[in-house]
Design a protein around this ligand. Sequence first.
Ligand code: ADP
Length: 562
Amino acid sequence: MIGIRIKLILFTSMLVIVIGILSCLFFLSHAKRQQGEALKSFGTSLVLLLAQDNEIKHALHSLQPAFLDAPIQRIRELDREDEIGYLRVSSGWAVMFEEKASWLTVDMREIPATMDSPKPTIIPSRMVWTRGGSRTVGEKPRTSEEPRHCCITLDSGEEFCDFVTPIFEKRTFSEEEFAAQILGEGGVAEGEIQPILGFVQIGLSHRKLSERIHKIIWQSIIPLGLCIVFGGICITFFLTRYIVSPLRHMADITLDIAKGNFSRTVDIHSRDEMGQLSVNFNQMTRSLRALCDEKEKIMTQLRDHINSLCHANKELKDAQERLLRSEKLAVVGKLASGVGHELRNPLGAIRNALFILKKNSAYPGMSTDPHKANHLLEIIGKETERSIKIVNDLLGFSRTGKPTVFPAKIHSILESSLSRLRMPEKVNTVMHLEDSLPPVLVDANQIEQVFMNLIQNACDAMPTGGLLTIRAQREGGDFLTITFTDTGCGIPDDKKNLIFDPLFTTKPKGLGLGLAVSSSIIQRHGGYIDVASKEGAGATFIVKLPVAASQRSEAAVSSLQK
Ligand code: ADP
């Protein structure tokens, strides 16, 4: 990750470099233009000075080069920078004087001279000076112009700014005209005839110009660039000091706060946005600390609550265990008293009957009346059956083994159940069984026990007699539905949920295991048992058993058997 400090430094450096380069280029081009202008006006004034000099005119008139010495010496004195590369004075047809600077290695012949006609006789009246140089016109020359200048490059690579101006014979300039000439604002009046005596040619070296520009670069532009760089460094330092450092400081503190250390604060006291940010930051830290304290307090309270809840839970568990233990004891007690009570009566009756029979048989003279003996034996048999039922109920309830299922006909199971019970005389039994009912896949003995229990309960519910209707039909594909409907007392709504619970009974001599055992047996068969009843309007017990042919039922039973 590139830090904001590096980004800032990179950005500022780029900015400084761009500004520096642009400024240097601007100053360089400005300096070049200025130096070029200066060179031009210097060259122009030099050639004009020479062209106006009377001694030069005299020298050209009389063709006496000696008269040239004094004006040329004056020009040399003006050239303090040693810029003049060459100087040439020529008449119309011949060079009268030429000189080159000592530092110049080229030959003067390489520099073209301004001489347009080889014969002096016609020159004065036929030469006209124009911007492009002299040209021959008719008998009457028409006009004259300011000096011309152009750049020439020699074979050696040396560059010169070449200034040439004609020397007119009679023309003399007033001071104002001379100044206008120098400034390039005026020239010879239109129509004035100016016969040409010769030419002055001066070459100002570009080398000197370049040297001056180099000097400017070294003395001005490079210091300027350095100033800009220094300024950039100062700006970067300022930005880093006033923006990045506070941000880093804040980042450090944020890290500490994230670790939970709220004691640190930001110490920036400036009156700008940074100062405001630090104030807000400290405010936020204080709020966070308050929130954390609050959270800590709540957490402590919560921990206390949890501890007390754990304690209460433990106490509750203990109490639950105690309750369960006492409930179990109560159930065992209830069961023991129920079973004991139930068994005591038949066993007592059997014992009494046996006692009478035993007593009568002990005394040979007191043989028992056969009718009475039969009655006593009947009592013994009946009470023994009752005792067996009680024991069977108990065994059925405790039995958890899987049923041994076989396809069985529901008719035979129902008939067997009815035959094993002694139905009260006042109770009529009607059976509606559909023809060709499929066999059910059940343990016939266990289902018989269920049916006997339901029929017995129906009889118990109709102590004054009534009608018991038994129906068997196939509803849906996989189950056979058998219903036992009586016209007895019915079951109150608040008891409906309880009748399948073990040990629930409303009968004075009941054990409360019959329906619990029946429900458990039906469930183990993958079937279903339910009751529909209204208090005082009888009850209907519905039993659903799996049909033997059904694959689904087999799968259900086999899964149950597993
Ligand atoms: P028990 O017959 O020993 O009481 P059960 O579990 O067989 O035990 O029956 C529980 C209770 O369900 C009965 O005491 C009775 O109140 C109620 N009950 C069962 N069958 C019927 C019925 N057909 N009509 C009314 N009440 C019934």
